[in-house]
Write a protein that binds this ligand. Sequence first.
Ligand code: FE2
Length: 186
Amino acid sequence: MHHIERLLRATDPELVAHGERTGRLSADIAGIMGLSTEQLALLLQAGLFHDAGKIFISREILDKPGPLDKAEWEELRHHPMMGYQLVRDSVPDLVARIVLTHHERFDGTGYPNALPSSKVPIEARILQVADAFDAITSNRPYQPALPVAYALNELVRCSGTQFDPAVVEATLALAGHLGWAAEVAV
Ligand SMILES: [Fe+2]
């Protein structure tokens, strides 16, 4: 096992579970989009490590049942850079880059660097969608898990602003392939 995975498992098992689900969904979306087997493998690792920087964020913030205040939000926003610094010497460059850019947005207003989408690897734009989908459909401190249909609607609502429209389209196609469509129709 990679030493960072061992560290994460010892520190925050739920972070690892979310990371594994995000990695698997990212790889499935990437498969639909025709990315290579190697890219799919890198996405599995990037999923696992994307929130690694959260091990440096206080538990009070991560577990807060309500909205974060300005200072708490400021602290949370450091996690992509902290994760990048944690993993960059021991993972492929692309994985480190995905960890750093997983909260950038398609419209260039994300963090930490407000990068235009042309500067964000396609693998990171895929992981952003998978990350959001898994977060919405999982129990969170401030909100219980919501239905798949709600999550897919949310992806569509934020397509072109937060998310790459091509990735949202591929995710909807995947949902159809996997039989999530029945839930969407509800
Ligand atoms: Fe994150």
